[in-house]
Design a protein around this ligand. Structure first.
Ligand SMILES: [Cu+2]
Length: 66
């Protein structure tokens, strides 16, 4: 099941790719969709803890579930 999280600091496609690859490094099968306008990341196939750690590790702001 997909879950949407609020992630701050993403401003362009490069940021979106950084967040996506960080999450997929932790959970290779994860599906990740980024909405820059909403500062939202929708993830299917990774735990909340994996997403938080990946987002924080990539230097973006993890704000919890949207
Ligand atoms: Cu960027």
């Amino acid at each position: 099941m997909a879950t949407t999280y609020r992630v701050t600091g993403m401003t362009c496609g490069g940021c979106a790719r950084s967040v996506t690859s960080a999450i997929q490094a932790a959970a290779p099968a994860a599906k990740v969709e980024i909405d820059l306008a909403k500062q939202a990341v929708t993830v299917d196939g990774a735990t909340e803890a994996q997403v938080k750690q990946a987002v924080d590790g990539a230097g973006f702001g993890y704000e919890g579930r949207a």
